[in-house]
Design a protein around this ligand. Structure first.
Ligand code: PHE
Length: 376
């Protein structure tokens, strides 16, 4: 009986001590990205966009009266490493929310960990539909591949007048497997013929056998739903085999390395993506300016823009939640309506996906040029 008042006093002291501590705490946000390795261009870009957003938030006073602190882990573009990275961010860095990943396979790998820990996760640019199906704590700020596939099918059939195509996709990337399928359905429904479908694995360097088979099939264009490293090599080897037809792909093509590795082989090729820095909209141009000022004149690509948008959309949700509690942030993210970002306006649908316009880019005179925008 006598111990009770003492216990109260102790709790009171502990309580006020933790209040003082909390006043100085930061809002801890985690990011996992491929900063090195095969898809380093993806991670570097989205990271730069994310950093710019966090700096902008802090310049404006932070979040909930606290500074925002970004903890970044590199997964080296390697399978298995995202799991380690995200576990560390959650248990060691005590993050309240997670940003990442660009690539769908790596988002799929990490999502169950975030979901299990009830840490809201926002992927900037993973477009495979399964990513957000991993649980109610998993969100994205980009469109999904059933839309991107339909955009590409329509573009190939109507604009390229390619009525017979060959497909060369990766078996070891969830993104590539999905995009090949989501292209084929609407393309065939429109009357297109997939004359031949060939496969490769991530990291392959020699595509001559597949391309020889595609050449023999007599197609109007080649669809390569993969990432830039392989896409550039495929284009080069296609030209070496005498194939002059256009190649086209999805957002995975977007990296300066596509031009560096592909050279003249990628001239007259096309891909779909999320945004164009040539868009005259004030929000886009302000972002391009701020990004270039921060990162030595570098032109922000789609991953940079989506990295920026993912961080600001998360911040908007934390503000509306008025709390860093995982469940509250999750509910606020799910309630996102009309969030104005650089890559368009985001409203979360019931499956925690965003529905946004796509952009078609043509490679001309050694650079990426905006061709058209396709509404959802
Ligand atoms: N959408 C790709 C994926 O899901 C990743 C990506 C996004 C690549 C944006 C380039 C630009 O794997």
């Amino acid at each position: 009986m006598i111990a009770l008042p003492r216990l109260h006093l102790l709790l009171l002291i502990l309580g006020s001590a933790s209040l003082c501590l909390r006043a100085q705490e930061t809002v801890r946000i985690g990011e996992f990205a491929s900063l090195t390795g095969k898809e380093a261009a993806f991670g570097q870009s989205s990271h730069k966009g994310t950093v710019l957003a966090i700096e902008k938030l802090n310049a404006g006073g932070g979040l909930l009266g606290r500074k925002v602190e970004l903890f970044t882990e590199d997964n080296q573009s390697k399978p298995g490493e995202s799991t380690t990275a995200v576990r560390k961010l959650i248990s060691r860095n005590k993050i309240v929310a997670l940003l990442g990943e660009v690539a769908s396979s790596r988002s799929l790998e990490a999502a169950p960990i975030a979901q299990g820990a009830h840490i809201p996760m926002v992927s900037p640019s993973s477009t495979n539909p399964e990513v957000t199906q991993r649980g109610p704590y998993i969100f994205r700020v980009c469109f999904i591949d059933p839309f991107q596939g339909a955009v590409l099918a329509k573009f190939a059939f109507n604009s390229l007048h390619a009525h017979r195509v060959g497909v060369l996709s990766s078996v070891s990337s969830a993104y590539s497997v999905g995009l090949a399928k989501y292209f084929a359905e609407p393309y065939v429904a429109a009357g297109g013929v997939i004359a031949i479908a060939q496969k490769y694995s991530e990291g392959d360097k020699d595509f001559k056998a597949q391309l020889t088979a595609i050449r023999a099939a007599g197609v109007d264009a080649i669809f390569v739903p993969g990432y830039y490293t392989e896409a550039a090599l495929i284009a080069k080897q296609a030209r070496e085999l005498g194939l002059t037809i256009p190649l086209f792909g999805g957002d995975g093509w977007e990296a300066p390395q596509l031009l560096e590795i592909g050279g003249t082989a990628v001239e007259g090729c096309y891909y779909s993506t999320h945004y164009s820095p040539e868009d005259p909209a004030p929000l886009v141009q302000q972002f391009v300016q701020a990004f270039q000022a921060r990162w030595g004149g570098e032109m922000p690509d789609a991953m940079a823009a989506l990295g920026y948008d993912s961080a600001l959309m998360l911040a908007d949700a934390i503000k509306r939640a008025g709390s860093t509690d995982g469940a509250r942030i999750r509910d606020a993210l799910a309630a996102t309506k009309g969030f104005a970002g650089v890559t368009g306006t985001t409203s979360m649908d019931a499956d925690r996906n965003a529905s946004k316009a796509a952009v078609i880019v043509v490679i001309k005179d050694g650079r990426f040029q905006f061709l058209e925008s396709v509404a959802p």
